[in-house]
Design a protein around this ligand. Structure first.
Ligand SMILES: [Fe+2]
Ligand SMILES: [Fe+2]
Length: 471
């Protein structure tokens, strides 16, 4: 069924006509709207908010930002996004985490953004991700006869206004005005400490693979044994080894063939680490910080870091496989944010979707009050990964870092800039800082050679990135 039973019964009872559109799989509402040929400016979404007085559903245009400051002023309530389990409790016949835009059957106080009131027709999700309902504007207003209406959203396009950039550049939160009101919290520090308690645990196979790296020597059969224990990772490693870029002429039908005949133990562990990570840690958004964009970025960061590490003079002690892990995990702070600071993560992803040229560290620092490097450092501290890997996650946007393991942090910083120059990632500029290249003993020609070598196999790597993104 394309909509939750109680919403269907309510629509039928009210005599309100509707049409349904469903896409294969569980597409995002805007992907379903696009596939259905619907005008996406008429798509609305619902958010479940709450405070000590109870829950409130806000129904807003899909491409808009919620102004929590305006909600505070209009309702006199300190609302913030509710945890997913509350949605499950309040909408028991909807799919988990799904908040329907028709709430009367559930008896929850609802507030409609003013812009929603004038739409005709209206498209919305009704408890079944992957399906949209279309009703007339009049019908939608009738469904919300008991809801309040107020102005409390901004169109995403406002993020392109010059004053947002001025605010971001000024570094003065007091000048934030409406931008600061996009965040529901006044007490960010307290919220951060809470978030730190909710960070996800290290995936078991990732832990075992990293432990393998710590052993003085590792054979192909040791690697095979660890990978075989995780069927999902084992399947992904076998599929990876079958890729044409490895030019293996035989049949790859087991982990041991993949490890010992095709990839070699070192590269097999690298690949398995990436699959083990992605199997457990997906960011629940599409956009620059989730899905294919995210996994492509970190996988290429890992590959280029590994290749470039071979060009770094031996005295700096940068190991190529450790560099691979550092590249793979350098942006894991986004995963940490996605798990434990969902509204901030969602907002950051929205801001970056609307403004791909904004420097991420500045937006984080001055709009959100939290950075992915800080979150990544915390996450990896808890995961007890090698210190060099945690340092790279914490310092890869810090050009002046010169402490322990600065070789890894510097290498990942350079790689982030290289990827930015290729149109991808979260570095602040497209040019790697010259001082950093010098400190790593890297000539531009060596950098170009390494990047060229990795990009020559782009088709193969892109396939892996799709697999990592679960596509
Ligand atoms: Fe980053
Ligand atoms: Fe990055």
């Amino acid at each position: 069924m394309a909509l939750a039973p109680s919403i269907k019964a309510f629509l039928d009872g009210q005599g309100i006509g509707y049409e349904t559109y469903c896409a294969e799989g569980s597409g995002s509402p805007s992907a379903v709207a696009k596939a259905a040929g619907a005008d996406r400016t008429r798509l609305v979404r619902a958010l479940l908010l709450h405070d000590a007085s109870g829950p409130v559903v806000a129904v807003v245009p899909a491409a808009s930002l919620v102004d929590f400051g305006a909600l505070r002023r209009k309702l006199g309530r300190d609302l913030e996004p509710a945890p997913g389990r509350l949605a499950q409790e309040r909408f028991p016949d909807c799919q988990p985490m799904s908040v329907p835009a028709v709430t009367a059957p559930y008896g929850i106080e609802t507030i409609l953004a003013e812009q929603v009131y004038g739409l005709d027709p209206v498209y919305f999700e009704a408890g079944r991700p992957g399906c949209l309902i279309r009703v007339s504007g009049e019908g939608f207003r009738a469904l919300h006869a008991g809801s309040r209406t107020a102005a409390f959203t901004h169109p995403l396009a406002r993020l392109r206004e010059p004053d947002v950039q001025a605010f971001v550049d000024s570094g003065n939160p007091e000048r934030g005005g409406w931008v600061r009101d996009l965040l529901p919290y006044r007490e960010m520090d307290h919220r951060l400490q809470e978030a730190r308690q909710r960070l996800p645990a290290i995936p078991t196979t990732l832990h075992h693979l990293l432990a393998l790296r710590e052993l003085p020597s590792t054979s192909g059969s040791d690697v095979t044994a660890v990978i075989e224990r995780d069927p999902s990772v084992a399947g992904a490693v076998i599929r990876y080894a079958r890729a044409p870029c490895f030019n293996y002429l035989g049949t790859v039908d087991s982990v041991s063939t993949a490890v010992e005949q095709v990839l070699g133990p070192g590269r097999a562990v690298d690949a398995a680490l990436a699959f083990a990570l992605s199997d457990r840690c997906q960011n629940p958004v599409k956009g620059p910080l989730g899905g294919y964009s995210f996994w492509r970025h970190v996988f290429y960061a890992a590959l280029i870091s590994r290749r470039l590490a071979r060009e770094v003079p031996g005295k700096l002690g940068v190991d190529p496989h450790q560099a691979f892990v550092a590249g793979l995990l350098h942006d894991c702070g986004y995963m940490a944010m996605a798990q434990s600071l969902r509204p901030e993560f969602y907002l950051l992803n929205q801001i970056l979707s609307a403004n791909p040229d904004l420097p991420v560290p500045l937006v984080e620092q001055r709009v959100l009050g939290v950075s992915h490097t800080r979150m990544g450092g915390w996450l990896l501290e808890g995961w007890a990964v090698p210190e060099a890997v945690a340092v790279a996650a914490r310092e890869h946007h810090n050009e002046s870092y010169s402490g322990r393991h600065s070789g890894y942090a510097g290498l990942v910083l350079v790689v982030d800039h290289i990827l930015r120059s290729l149109g991808d990632g979260d570095a602040v500029s497209t040019e790697a800082p010259r001082g950093m290249l010098r400190a790593l003993g890297l000539e531009q020609a060596a950098v170009d050679r390494a990047v060229h070598e990795v990009m020559e196999q782009a088709e193969c790597h892109d396939r892996v990135a799709h697999e990592l993104a679960g596509e």
